[in-house]
Ligand binder design. Sequence first.
Ligand code: GLC
Length: 781
Amino acid sequence: MPEFIGQLPISEPAWNPIASIQSFQRYDKGINFDCGNNSLLILSILANNLIRVRFSPTGELTPRRSWNVNLPDEQWNAVNFDIQETDEQIIIETEKIKVCVQRNPCQIKCFDKAGNPFAHDTDLGIASRKDEIANWKEINPQEKFYGFGERSGLLNQRGKILTNWTTDSLDYTMLTDEMYQAIPFFMSLRPNVGYGLFFNTTFWSQFDIGASETNTLQLKTKDSQLDYYIIYGPEPAAILETYTQLTGRMPLPPRWALGYHQCRWSYNSEAEVRELVKQFRDRKIPCDVVHLDIDYMQGFRVFTWNKQRFPSPKMLVEDLSQQGIKVVNIIDPGVKFDPEANYQVCDEGLAKDYFIRRENGKVFHGYVWPDRAVFPDFMRPEVREWWGNLQRNLTNVGVAGIWNDMNEPALNNQPFGDLEGVKITFPMNGSSGSGEDKTTWKETHNLYGMNMARASFEGLQKLRPAKRSFVLTRSGFAGVQSYSAVWTGDNHSKWEYLEMSLPMLCNLGLSGVAFVGADIGGFAGNATPELFARWMQMGMLYPLMRGHSMIGTKPHEPWEFGQEVEDICRKYVELRYQLLAYFYTLFWQAASKGEPILRPLIYHYPNDEKTYEIYDQVLIGDSIMAAPIYRPGVENRMVYLPEGTWYNWWNRNQIQGSQHILIDAPLEKMPLFIKAGAIIPLVSAMQYAEELPVNEMRLLVAPGKGEFTLYEDDGNTFAYRDGASCTTEYRVDLEGNQVVVEIEERKGKLAPSERKVIVEVIGKAEQEFMDDGKTRRLVFE
Ligand code: GLC
């Protein structure tokens, strides 16, 4: 074997490379390789396009943890695979991919059926050293990298070092590495080749994507074994479908959660909240949700109400619900340490021993909003259940959702240092979890926020069994989509943050987290009227559309910036509501297949290299493309139109694709385009999602070939799980100069309320019909 030459500075301990394969043995789901010195390599073939690679230098594998997000190997249906042996390698082949395991030195190399290589180990292969294990892979010159959860900067992450360690990353910039979310998953694309890689470790981990060495990818973790999945696409949609099969998909949210949310730190009293809602309704700006930030609590004690400011929360929530407004309350993990004050949450948690302890056994104290606080160990199921039930204090008065914050966890005044080189919050050697899952925070730090969200989600399901609830979290790990929506934390009222929000949300979507948003208007600082108008335009595209601003800033409600901006806000919030049926169908696609709602162009055009670096244009579903303005004083911009024909949303003009164009974008206009073949359901704007029955729906059709399946259910209960939903398939095609729209018979048990459907084919006379769910063929001359 060649002498190993490390990649890192000489002061770092040397890596011990994996040796050569001594022997191997097939089992039902894969192959075990004996790699000498007791080390073990396991390759599991879980689907035609999914393999799991595990390597343990000692031959021992950590038992599965109760909180692991990966679907267990046993639950994948067996797939056929062939094994061939040569002197140099062992070749494993499925219907979709070929994996070659070189014997000496041991290296793993994947190929698609056309022979295109991907995810090839470099000469360094796999290696371990004290407390760390790593794998090196080749990067193809054309290869670009996306996903990685919540990331600052632009879309493609090649050239960066990205750490997976949940951190309160307030004031993040283009250069920030550790973020609130840690999702060790990425998607690699080059024309015709695409694969995903899920690094299955909850410990601190890191990707070096050609930063240290241009054409080398390094995966590194402080785990004792290497465990990762390779997911072959090649299309991004195929990668995400398998990735979300592995780590979970988002449940369908209530439809009202797709409407506009208004938030501020804080709306300080019942009177202020009532006035806020009155303003929305008087000014006819649609709104569905008001969020209550930390000041609704009594001295920042979670699960309490401040009796002076919110003396009758039940009446408030009821009155707001009459006006179509739902209330969502913030909850932080830090419980005020208040043993003398009869504070139930603290007393009960202490009595039941639910709070985190230091290594020396003392209850751990950290400092957050309520000053000295103690922290529930969400890794323990009984703690999650207790916490979930505490939400009763909020759901009892009608609160419909919980906003989980500060759960990286974020702490003030904490010393750093248990784990060298890593910024920590909880005592790293303190005990986490219970029973067989007992471990230290080195293993579970990244899971804290997600398990708080899980406690919240599961608790709400019990407390509000008949209705869907809304859960929002700041921190999370791979799989967070199963429990919660995510927002991107504390941004600033600055143009740079408006710009960065799009690629950040797109990369989250490419990491399986579809229900995402950034604070519209910017959280810290004061937005200018122009910035606010542009932000509301872009915010209309965010799957989670929430305006939020920090304490001490000027008011940031849509009417605070003058009439012109107020009118622009109304127009774009209304547009969001007109598109609600379309958005709801996209949420269903996310819930059933793991598709993102907000999509970068590469998602649908992965073979068009011109799309690879486009971070400032997005697709909503596959039919609507937006090219927002994110710079001051800009009134026109360049837009890349991928192949095909496109239509300008505003004037319906036809434009040929495969070219760059310059488009006008005065302040009131965000450039929007419709793809030829698009079928977009539009409903009338409402003041809130459930205000009116939909008795008229407009189908906007862009001439071309295409299809769209509309999904509908009651938007509020779980009846859809018992079949109370329906889908309607629409198709459009060209026949000479005619445009033909075909409607398939409606499928499913739900019959939507009686409605008129108006079909607007661009450039043709409208046609309409009463929707009886029957097959139809409409010809437009
Ligand atoms: C954190 C949150 C922010 C919230 C504030 C007060 O900074 O990120 O959204 O308003 O805490 O609760």
